[in-house]
Design a protein around this ligand. Structure first.
Ligand code: NAG
Length: 343
């Protein structure tokens, strides 16, 4: 009898804790940035930076291409699921979704964008300032949908995730001949981008964001396109590009420390995606991965005859972007480390 009573009490307490917790934790994941986190916004703008065709998305639920630059889901989708929210975060511009869907997570990200306005111009994609404009529009819709107070609470407790910077360096700084290289040293350009990142964070803070996660750069020297062009280096990762990614990450860490001190009530977490991704690249077999040097679908399109059979044995899906497998590993790592305190 005593056992039964204590069991009942135990269950009641657990249920209470479960529901009590649910309200206080992360009610939505709100995403800004580039192709690492774009869930398909570029499908609805005029640009060449699109991936809404097979075999992109072939391992996504339903096997459909969504505009994610991946065979399946992205880090942000796995993070959303880990917080008990949706399995996939919808793109804000996708007319198939409405404010009732976006209320628990939304992506404003646009592939090929960057912290620098000129980067988004290269392929005519959505600049970061415009992502912010969409966010303001979203806030207004949210006020109407759930009432101003509820919406403000939700926006305060939500997790914001920002992932950008790769295109600024690779596309705008290194590839475009008349790009930023003619105006800035790498060091100056890094500082310029970090300054833009800071302004962006201050803007979303002023709009009510408090839990912000800022992703660093992945080991960009290891993306297949840079490896395949590294003929002198025997196809190895480009050490200089990886160093650039680490240096940029250190500047973002300093930025998060500064803003955590200065802005009342803010919690900014730096997401180190570099270390877990490089660990996979250096120890693929520990993760069941066979191939880290080349992509499953190198110049990825419908007619590409060389697409691999099983993307789960690859770290990279196309010449630039990771597979769902690598994204899943990185998301699991982040949930166990930096993001654990929000669960
Ligand atoms: C980018 O462009 C927008 C719109 O013209 C402008 O408001 C913003 O200040 C620009 N950002 C930077 C860092 O130049």
């Amino acid at each position: 009898m005593i056992h039964q009573i204590s069991l009942v009490c135990f269950c009641v307490v657990n249920i209470f804790m479960f529901f009590g917790d649910a309200g206080a934790k992360v009610p939505a994941v709100i995403v800004f940035g580039d192709s690492t986190v774009d869930a398909g916004n570029n499908n609805y703008i005029k640009t060449l930076a699109k991936s809404n065709y097979l075999p992109y998305g072939r391992d996504f639920p339903g096997g459909k291409p969504t505009g994610r630059f991946c065979n399946g889901r992205l880090v942000t989708d796995f993070i959303s699921e880990a917080f008990g929210l949706k399995q996939t975060i919808p793109a804000y511009l996708d007319p198939a979704y409405g404010i009732e869907d976006f209320a628990t997570g939304v992506a404003f990200a646009s592939a090929a964008t960057g912290y620098d306005n000129l980067t988004s111009n290269v392929l005519s994609v959505i600049p970061m300032w415009k992502e912010l404009e969409y966010f303001k529009e979203y806030e207004k819709k949210l006020f109407r949908f759930m009432g101003k107070n509820n919406a403000k609470n939700m926006l305060r407790e939500a997790l914001y995730l920002i992932s950008a910077g790769t295109n600024d360096f690779i596309e705008n700084y290194y590839i475009i001949p008349a790009g930023r290289r003619t105006q800035f040293t790498v060091e100056e350009y890094s500082n310029y981008l970090v300054g833009n990142s800071e302004s962006f964070i201050r803007e979303i803070y002023n709009l009510g964001a408090r839990k912000i996660s800022l992703a660093g750069l992945p080991p960009i020297g290891c993306i297949p396109i840079l490896r395949s062009l590294n003929i002198k280096g025997g196809g190895a990762c480009r050490a200089d590009c990886n160093k650039l990614a680490r240096d940029f990450g250190r500047k973002l860490i300093a930025l998060t420390a500064k803003l955590n001190k200065e802005l009342t009530g803010i919690k900014i977490l730096f997401l180190n995606v570099y270390n877990p991704a490089l660990h996979v690249i250096n120890n693929p077999h520990a993760y069941g991965i066979e191939n880290v040097a080349t992509a499953c679908c190198y110049l990825c399109n419908r007619d590409s005859p060389f697409t691999c059979m099983d993307a789960n044995t690859y770290a990279f899906w196309d010449a630039v972007h990771p597979t769902e497998k690598l994204y899943h590993i990185v998301a699991d790592h982040l949930m166990k480390t930096t993001l654990a305190e929000l669960v």
